[in-house]
Design a protein around this ligand. Sequence first.
Ligand SMILES: O=c1[nH]cnc2c1ncn2[C@@H]1O[C@H](CO)[C@@H](O)[C@H]1O
Length: 527
Amino acid sequence: MTNSAELDKYHAEREALIAEDRALRRDHTRHAPSDAEARADQVIRNIRAEEAATIWKAEYPDILHPFPGMEFLNGRSIIMKTKLFKILHKMPKGALLHSHLDATVNAAHLLKFALEHPALHVKVPTTLTTASLKSILPVFQALPKEEYSSLTSLSDSPDQWVPLTSARNNFPQEFGGPEGFDNWVISSMTINPNEAYGTHNTITKIWEKFTSTFVVSTGLIRFAPIFRPYIKEFFLTSVDDGISYVEPRVNFLYKGMYGADGKHTVTHRDVLKMFDEVCNEVKEQMKAEGREHAFIGARIIYSTIRFMTPEELVWYTEDCIALKKEFPHLIAGFDLVGDENELKPLMYYLDVLLKFKERQKEEGVDIPFIFHAGETLGDGTEADKNLYDAILLGTKRIGHGFSLVKHPKLMEICREREIAIEVCPISNEILRLTSSMPMHPLPIVLNHGVPVALCSDDPSVFGNMGLTFDFFQVFVSSEVTGLIQLGELARDSLKYSTLDEETKKLAIEEWEKRWAGFVEEVAGLGA
Ligand SMILES: O=c1[nH]cnc2c1ncn2[C@@H]1O[C@H](CO)[C@@H](O)[C@H]1O
């Protein structure tokens, strides 16, 4: 038998080693938890443990071998049954710092908006058959009145515009009638489990499907009478999930949008005006409802896609500067989006990006880069090396940074310069960078003291609306992470936002108040 003094010594050393190992984590560097926080943390850990042993161990006829943190599209219905999900839904989440605006509103909802507009038309490239239905994508567009079509069904003739409502009402019975139409359209704008984990189970294939969802939805969203309620819906559903501020990436690739008259005359300037108006409307609404600070606002990360030539990119950088000058409060940053594995690396645009910085100085504006980088499994590939360039170019945060953990020096730089990583757990899993949350590198990033904001990325495509699902997946996949860490993630999302100092202070104070209330409520569950 080891004597008790030796055992005590071992235990003390063990505790000290663990503490040292975790010393860089946000939940260790902050002040000690309050009494209420400590109790709430214990309550929520108990619920997690209990549900791991019950709900996640049960048999479900169509969900084999479930486990906490399992692939989201298969586990979603179980997640929604848990107590934990209901609790996390109430948590104040802070800011949503990484989302693509054109993938933020539930697809069924978007279709509903669309059906209200006679200007909207739909066509298909080839004749629909039962066999081809799954692979044929609908194309949507608003038309001017003089071009409205008198066709009544998509089966009349391919490649011809049909009014959206008629196409839906007369969708052939063999394809399921109007309900079949809805299912067909919605599945063209979303990823289902069979695609993610079956037919498209590689990064290249899932990106093909993923990209195609944007080609479909853009025809509906790029229509001003839909764009307005669309943004409003995004803001309101975010607020409903406890998000008080959003910083979406808005894709300005297309140089315009369709107006109510079906003409392609809505400019980027008009888009910003609409965005501003809706933002103010929602703030007013919150005020009227007596919860003025539930929505602090929204700012835009100007984005275009990394497939154009450097010469073409110049137009966008100048456009971005012009918009920043007119709407300084709305333009938060600049990014290049799209599949890093397939498209151009940041290096390809180096000249233009450096020139862009010079031009900003000349014009007296400051538009931080907030680059996507390292959203890849590659090791030393162009996509992986985007991380070096994002950092050298002074990126304020890093979108995804999935491959960051391979780079000790870059981890150190991110920690020291406080370059926050916008981690999108569910997106990474569905886009096949990881097969489930327990394999995700997030704990490595947290343990190295690199600041993180959890984000949803493309919730309308993935079905992870709000931030609750992403917080859930993270929380159930780690024994180290407790309530305090979740709180730190939310607080950091506000801290590393581009809000001006005064507004940020207000946003964090408001968050602290809500957090205290949330903590009391959770602690009370254990009483
Ligand atoms: O996770 C992502 N990484 C990189 N690009 C993305 C991601 N999600 C969406 N987009 C890109 O954003 C555009 C729509 O605004 C789409 O073209 C899509 O490729």
